[in-house]
Ligand binder design. Structure first.
Ligand SMILES: *Cc1c(COP(=O)(O)O)cnc(C)c1O
Length: 384
């Protein structure tokens, strides 16, 4: 039973992958409520990855609001991505798969995957476009130190799109021994649901924490949206709280939900940046993690049903929020998260919780080289 979210989601994959997706789906159906799985995950998240993360009030950053940040920047490897990587590594182990493949654009998901593979003693192969490898050399080095093999992909634009195609090709050839560790709430069913459930801990903790400190729910919850995993993780436990506004912030040059159209990419139907013929268009953002032409299918569903709103943020606006958080709070945010910070400041609501999806150490070169109002060159887009 491949799940859909309204008309979105599903499985648009070659026939050879259906048995692997069926296997994953039935394993997931028994694991998701299994006490020993839950206990193992909880143990790893608390003793290895850094959960729970605090909720920090930012009075100097947002003097006219009661704004709180959910501090995923404090997680091991610097972002929320480790929540998902740890969870899927445990699933892979339970499935008896000892070989892990992943694709990466900016390298953040590759590093999270290489990290958990080192921790579990699993073979790790990361596909990465050769152009991305050149631009993200420190992350390539880091994956090497962690024992992963980074395989360059030399065709097309030599970026994430081609790396994904290559990872899928590997999976088709080695499906019996290999687990494909997808880094956001995208891809064929059941991946979007699995990634949501593994990231849901963000909003679950944040909801309890805000009730404890403020005695009420926030008016607004804000998160940035690339593939959509930190946002869906942050939003999900607030979905039944109908009075809480859910705002997803996309890079203005990668607004798959704001300006996209329905289509199929990487195994699922969702909302995409595509032309009238369905050809995928390049996305542009200063933040590598938001620079992706697709988005998880559940966000397209939340948009269509009106439960969540999706708004754009420009590079300049994100940069301004980045500097403001550095200078007023002593926190260096990821450029991705800075998009959420910018829109949270001007949402007009008082009690606001923002998902600070990651820290900005990785972005310093980008920030220091940035010229306000400059346009990112076409074809330089990378992601996750
Ligand atoms: C990868 C990344 C994102 C974008 O991915 P989502 O799946 O949309 O969460 C956002 N923030 C940071 C810090 C990232 O590393």
């Amino acid at each position: 039973m491949s799940q859909t979210f309204g008309v979105y989601g599903g499985r648009y994959v070659p026939e050879t992958l259906i048995p692997a997706l069926d296997e994953l789906e039935s394993a997931w159906a028994s694991l998701r409520d299994d006490d020993s799985f839950r206990a193992e995950l909880h143990h790893l998240l608390t003793t290895y990855a850094g959960r729970p993360t605090p909720l920090t009030r930012v009075e100097r950053f947002a003097p006219d609001q009661r704004m709180y940040l959910k501090r995923e920047d404090l997680m091991h490897t610097g972002a929320h991505k480790i929540n998902n990587a740890v969870g899927q590594a445990v699933i892979a182990q339970r499935l008896g798969k000892k070989r892990i493949i992943a694709e990466t654009g900016a390298g953040q998901h590759g590093v999270a995957t290489a990290t958990v593979c080192a921790r579990f003693g699993l073979e790790c192969i990361v596909y990465m476009g050769s152009e991305d490898m050149r631009r993200q050399a420190p992350n390539v080095e880091r994956m090497g130190l962690l024992g992963a093999e980074v395989r360059p992909v030399e065709f097309g634009t030599r970026t994430l799109k081609e790396a994904t195609s290559e990872a899928i090709r590997d999976w088709i050839a080695n499906v019996d021994t290999t687990y494909y560790l997808i880094g956001s709430c995208v891809g064929p069913a059941p991946y979007p649901e699995i990634v949501r459930e593994l990231q849901r801990v963000i909003g679950h903790e944040a909801r309890e924490q805000i009730l404890q400190v403020e005695g009420r729910l926030p008016e607004t919850v804000v998160a940035c949206v690339g593939g959509g995993s930190n946002a869906i993780g942050m939003f999900y436990d607030f979905v039944p709280d109908e009075d809480v506004r859910l705002i997803g912030v996309e890079a203005a040059g990668a607004a798959s939900l704001g300006t996209g159209r329905p289509g199929v990419l990487h195994g699922a139907r969702s909302s995409l940046l595509a032309d009238e013929d369905g050809q995928i268009m390049d996305a542009h953002s200063i933040s590598a993690g938001l620079d992706y032409p697709g988005v998880g299918p559940e966000h397209a569903y939340l948009r269509d049903t009106g439960r969540a709103e999706y708004v754009p943020c420009t590079d300049d606006e994100a940069l301004a929020a980045f500097h403001r958080l550095c200078e007023t709070e002593g926190i260096v945010p990821a450029l991705e998260s800075s998009h959420a910070l910018a829109r949270a400041l001007d949402c007009g609501d008082e009690l606001v919780v923002v998902c600070l999806s990651g820290r900005g150490d990785k972005d310093l070169a980008e920030v220091l080289n940035y010229k306000p109002g400059s346009q990112v060159e076409p074809g330089l887009g990378v992601s996750t």
